[in-house]
Design a protein around this ligand. Structure first.
Ligand code: HEM
Ligand SMILES: [Ca+2]
Length: 703
């Protein structure tokens, strides 16, 4: 039991420290060190991570709780003392008394709702915050921070020697010095759907300065928000003395409970099209136009009033979409556009068969169908192309051909796991060197500006989407349908590894180094710990223990790491030997398999479920017919397409006319019930269970 005087002291000091930090941030803002706008690489990275007031509030509380925890440790208590039930309650009460922490929200969930909430709350009726936006990421493994701290990034390796500099690891292990290899069968839709999916499930905010300004991390004084990378001398790309200004991910400590530093997710973890519809009611309000999603007259995304991207042509603008990273590359904006168009296309079809449906019903039903198609395309198309058959079977990721799925498990928390957010960056090895615009399958577009366009010039710059009378988005999608993806390997293109967010002075970031450092920033344990959690052999100080790596990769790792147990997760995963039937190694396959099983079985609105969360059988059978090819055909005016668009056209994946590609028949949504169909088709036999749930909730709310 920690005496209350110690707790009061710690809370008091944390309050003083917060004041000091606020004052310093105010000064840095006023002297122009921390800025709200600008094109420096660090400003572009800040834009990527967002500046939402909500995540700032969470981080202020998180940092105070961490400060309290750290003070109690300094006062001689152990981490077990500090995280004991009695201390947790005492700290929570003290912080509530000081007005730092709020009382938990009492959610009133509707278990009969046929539609998801926008912010993901109430998906799990017993734990309404699971998978919601603006909550802490889940821990798959306990965090590993620098020893003796509750949240400092690791700097010391297992053998007591310093960990290697992330830029050094990047230069030795992730460089494209021997050129770039293309995948022989997968198309660039793997790359683009991969990133689009990432932006549906995770967005980790970083710490911000006053008013959300970009914190500058390469100055003389050390700031607690900062983890700058000092590039070692003699670098092949950067001059001696170069420093990457990297800001830590914003803190979170859920429930004001003392313990290790946690990180936030600003968006909903569920695969629920939050990149199309937003992650808060406010987001959706800005995107919605009655039953439709807002668009320009050329069928493009609407203008974003917050002009944070790089615009250098008259009449062009940054885009507004459900996820704020939409313009980080134009091929991503084309994906956002595709699923915005698909929503509007579904609305038009529903209107035809149900002329009496009101605006709300049309919007919600179209959203539900669009999300169901996205889930189907990801599991049936994207994941099937990425993971081996065995992994798909082990983690029960395959979609059913008929009937309803019974896989929903209310004890599964679908909140994104912290380590997955580092592992899934494996898609960075798919970033291409060039982008291009095509007028049809395998046909480059002619016009005043023709490709190929260097990817470096497309970062945070939506110019390509505006080309040729603003037909850039469909043209980018046709290009991705025709071209092969870079292979999944340890190599990142120079555009991402040496020239990410390059500005006019040539300053830039290294995305591989960021990924490695971010893992340490989050306290994500090293690669070896994940092997053990996946049932694979542990790593020892001997390099012979690295059994899933080829000699060439092992020798590169040996050049930089003192001890195999130090290998960072991102680097260890991308250097693994691939398993049979997939380009991914065993640990990476396991981490992805586990997470996608959670996202499926922990989602009560999973598309294969019965009503009210799911669909009547004849409608579900229509959703099962859809594919990426079908959605591309329906919206792009393509003449022909290969059956599986995640693979390039080939003799076993022939291009066929769009008219023969199976697709969803929306006439099956013709409503037979009289209006208003606010609770469409509740299955009578499920009523007792629903009544029981309602009674439970009612009792809970009364408590
Ligand atoms: C040209 C394309 C891309 C660019 C420019 C890009 C850039 C970035 C940047 C700057 C970050 C944040 C780095 C940090 O500060 O830690 C990031 C994070 C991430 N990226 Fe990418 N990326 C691209 C493509 C992809 C792809 C294809 C995937 C997956 C298939 C992917 C998955 C992720 C994930 C999961 C994160 C972590 C997100 C978070 O926790 O907020 N990215 N990317
Ligand atoms: Ca989501």
């Amino acid at each position: 039991q920690i005496p209350s005087s110690n707790i009061a002291d710690a809370v008091h000091i944390a309050g003083i420290n917060l004041g000091v930090k606020r004052e310093r941030n105010r000064q840095r803002f006023e002297d122009g060190t921390d800025r709200l706008t600008g094109g420096r690489p660090q400003d572009q990275l800040q834009k990527f991570h967002g500046r939402r007031p909500k995540s700032r509030d969470i981080s202020i509380i998180g940092n105070q709780v961490l400060d309290v925890t750290q003070h109690l440790l300094h006062a001689g208590f152990t981490i077990d003392n500090v995280t004991s039930d009695s201390t947790v309650v005492a700290v929570q009460e003290a912080l509530m008394f000081m007005g730092v922490c709020d009382l938990p929200i009492a959610y009133k969930c509707n278990p009969l709702s046929p539609y998801r909430t926008v912010d993901g709350s109430c998906n799990n009726l017993n734990n309404p915050e699971w998978g919601k936006s603006n909550v802490a990421q889940r821990r798959d493994l306990e965090p590993v921070y620098e020893s003796g701290t509750v949240g400092d990034p690791r700097i010391t390796g297992a053998s007591g020697r310093p960990l290697p500099n992330p830029r050094t690891i990047s230069n030795v292990v992730h460089s494209n010095i021997n050129g770039i290899t293309l995948n022989t069968s997968l198309s660039l839709h793997m790359f683009q759907m991969g990133q689009f999916l990432a932006h549906d499930i995770i967005l980790t905010p970083t710490e911000t300065g006053q008013y959300g300004a970009t914190v500058s991390c390469c100055g003389e004084i050390e700031r607690p928000e900062c983890i700058p990378i000092k590039v070692p001398g003699g670098d092949p790309r950067f001059a001696d003395g170069t420093c990457f200004s990297v800001v830590r991910s914003a803190a979170a400590n859920p429930g004001c409970a003392p313990g290790f530093r946690q990180q936030q997710n600003q968006i909903t973890s569920y695969i629920d099209g939050s990149n199309v519809y937003g992650s808060t009611d406010e987001d959706l309000k800005a995107l919605r136009d009655g039953e439709y999603l807002r668009k320009t007259k050329e069928n493009n995304l609407p203008r974003n009033p917050d002009q944070g991207c790089d615009i250098n042509h008259d009449g062009e603008f940054c885009h507004l979409a459900g996820d704020a990273r939409v313009d980080v590359v134009p091929s991503l904006a084309s994906y956002h556009t595709l699923f915005m168009m698909e929503h509007n296309r579904i609305v038009d079809a529903l209107k035809k068969v149900n002329p009496d449906w009101n605006v709300e019903k049309l919007f919600q039903e179209a959203r539900k169908i669009n999300i169901a198609q996205i889930q189907h395309i990801i599991y049936n198309g994207f994941l099937s192309a990425l993971l081996s058959r065995d992994i798909m079977a082990t983690y029960k990721l395959r979609s059913l051909n008929t009937g309803y799925s019974t896989s929903y498990d209310k004890t599964r928390d679908a909140t994104i796991a912290n380590g997955f957010g580092i592992a899934y960056r494996m898609g960075h090895t798919w970033i291409p060197t060039y982008m291009d615009l095509y007028s049809d399958l395998n046909t480059r577009q002619s016009g005043p500006e023709t490709g190929p366009f260097d990817v470096v010039d497309t970062f945070n710059n939506p110019h390509l989407t505006f080309l040729n009378q603003r037909t850039g988005c469909p043209a980018l999608l046709k290009w991705m349908t025709s071209q092969a993806s870079p292979a999944t390997d340890r190599v990142l293109e120079d555009s991402a590894r040496n020239r990410l967010f390059e500005d006019s002075t040539g300053a830039s970031f290294d995305l591989a180094a960021l990924n490695i450092l971010r893992g340490r920033d989050h306290g994500v344990p090293p690669y070896g710990d994940y092997r053990v959690s996946c049932g694979l052999s542990a790593l020892t100080p001997s390099w012979d223990s690295l059994v899933d790596h080829k000699p060439r990769e092992t020798s590169l790792l040996r050049q930089v790491y003192n001890d195999p147990r130090d290998i960072d997760l991102f680097t260890g995963l991308l250097t693994e030997k691939s398993i049979s039937g997939s380009a991914l190694g065993p640990t990476l396959s396991c981490i992805l398999g586990r997470e996608f099983q959670n996202l499926k079985e922990g989602d009560s609105y999973w598309y294969e479920r019965p009503e009210p969360q799911g669909f009547p059988k004849e409608q579900l059978n229509e959703i099962r017919k859809t594919s990426l090819s079908a959605v591309l055909c329906a919206n792009l005016g393509l003449k022909q397409i290969q059956i599986d668009a995640f693979k390039v056209p080939a003799s076993n994946n022939l291009a066929v006319p769009c008219t023969v590609v199976p697709s969803i028949d929306l006439t099956k949504w013709k409503s037979t019930a009289p209006l208003p169909p606010s609770k469409p088709g509740i299955n009578k036999s499920s009523l007792p269970e629903i009544m029981r749930q309602l009674a439970l909730l009612d009792r809970k709310n009364k408590k």
